[in-house]
Design a binder for this molecule. Structure first.
Ligand code: NAD
Length: 369
């Protein structure tokens, strides 16, 4: 049988730097665990624009559709700020998400013990935190019609966006949250504003329907999204999986992510419907951008990108044990005090470069055998 395939789109700025460290980990799995992947690489974002005049060619799009998983670094940079909206680097990323129909965005908020002091919250509130926010990514108010800025009857203007969700859109993302919960703490909390929005009432009813008919074994609760935001910062450990719409998910996932400290630590996955292989369409990427302020200096933290690959092991390749191995290796390196510049807090640590951090994680993987 052919090896599973991975398409790497390293992108711009620190994207290629952090991806170089992921490639070391992929290589390690082939060499030391007999788990080989067929890796191909291509261009996205500004680097694709420089060569092809577009941030994502049709050929690259086709490769992404065919790959078992796509790993993306980051796109964008000041050089491209002047470009027309239609060819901006971000359009490449948006096209990938849209054409692969990646409706379920997974944003874990996990606090490594060694970094618990890094959070703006008290250590006991965040130490050991491990929650997952599932955000609906392809519908809701960011896409609903009508939208636009129109003249009103009084000679002024009116800005319109429409929150719109169908039964199917709600049910499919709810299923994705229940499936995840079964692999974790078996609890889902669904968040909306059913008190003031009809789309919220439908959301609540449909999530409940999926639960009652398909996942009665999973514990389900509902919470208004504003109350959920308060609970997230008051006592986040009460949650396991949170499922919510595109707009609330945008806010709540950023809020949850910051519970754990640096942007350089945050992975994500965006999943679509299962393909013939049984694997979902999938794109894995760090939450951070291309960080032009530190690009090319060996200062970038590669852990967000490495943890994104760990998510690929778990959610695309059914290698949960190996994903945990990577996460434990990261934990061990941090516990030993290794710190890229972004992780250097008042308590200090051993300064390491991007490549230095990758090498230490590979050494920790060796030690895990
Ligand atoms: P950014 O995430 O690139 O950087 C924000 C700050 O965090 C910077 O100070 C940066 O140095 C730091 N940082 C980010 N990642 C880091 C890492 N791995 N290690 C250490 N420090 C890190 O956000 P920005 O500055 O607002 O945007 C820069 C460019 O990236 C823009 O062109 C923006 O459009 C683009 N962007 C792309 C994505 C993406 O590709 N998904 C996401 C956000 C922003």
């Amino acid at each position: 049988m052919a090896n599973p395939s991975i398409l790497i789109l390293a992108g711009d700025g620190i994207g290629p730097e952090v991806m170089a460290e992921v490639k070391k980990i992929i290589g390690w799995f082939g060499d030391k665990r007999g788990i080989a992947f067929d890796v191909t690489e291509d261009l996205v974002g500004g680097s694709a624009y420089d060569v092809h005049g577009t941030p994502l060619t049709d050929e690259t799009m086709a490769k992404a559709q065919a790959a078992d998983a796509v790993l993306l670094g980051a796109v964008g940079g000041p050089k491209y700020d002047v470009l027309d909206f239609s060819v901006k680097p971000e359009r490449g990323l948006l096209r990938l998400r849209k054409e692969m129909d990646l409706f379920s965005n997974l944003r874990p908020a996990q606090c490594f013990d060694a970094l618990a002091d890094f959070s703006s919250l008290k250590k006991e509130v965040v130490a050991g935190l491990d929650i997952m926010i599932v955000r609906e990514l392809t519908s809701g108010v960011y896409f609903g019609e009508p939208r636009g800025i129109f003249p009103d009857n009084e000679g002024g203007r009116v800005g319109v966006n429409t929150q719109r969700y169908t039964t199917d859109e709600i049910r499919r993302v709810a299923r994705s949250a229940f499936e995840l919960a079964r692999r974790r703490g078996n609890k889902v909390c669904s968040m909306e504003k059913a008190n003031v929005m009809e789309s919220g009432i439908l959301w609540r009813e449909e999530v409940q329907w999926v639960h009652d008919n398909e996942y009665p074994d999973v514990e389900l609760s509902h919470m208004y999204a504003d109350a959920g935001a308060m609970q997230l910062v008051r006592w986040p450990k009460q949650f396991d999986v949170i499922v919510t719409d595109n707009l609330f998910g945008d806010l709540l996932s950023d809020c949850a992510a910051m519970l754990t400290g640096s942007l350089g630590m945050l992975p994500s996955a965006s999943l679509g419907a299962p393909t013939e292989s049984g694997r979902p369409k999938a794109l894995y990427e760090p939450v951070h951008g291309s960080a032009p302020d530190i690009a090319g200096q060996g200062k970038a933290n590669p852990i967000a990108c490495i943890l994104s690959f760990a998510m690929a092991l778990r959610y695309s390749f059914d290698l949960g044990e190996e994903a945990s191995r990577v996460e434990r290796a990261v934990e061990a390196v941090l516990a030993d005090g290794a710190r890229t510049a972004d992780l250097m807090g008042p308590e200090g640590g051993v300064p390491v470069s991007t490549a230095g951090m990758g090498d230490l994680i590979v050494q920790a993987l060796d030690a895990s055998l």
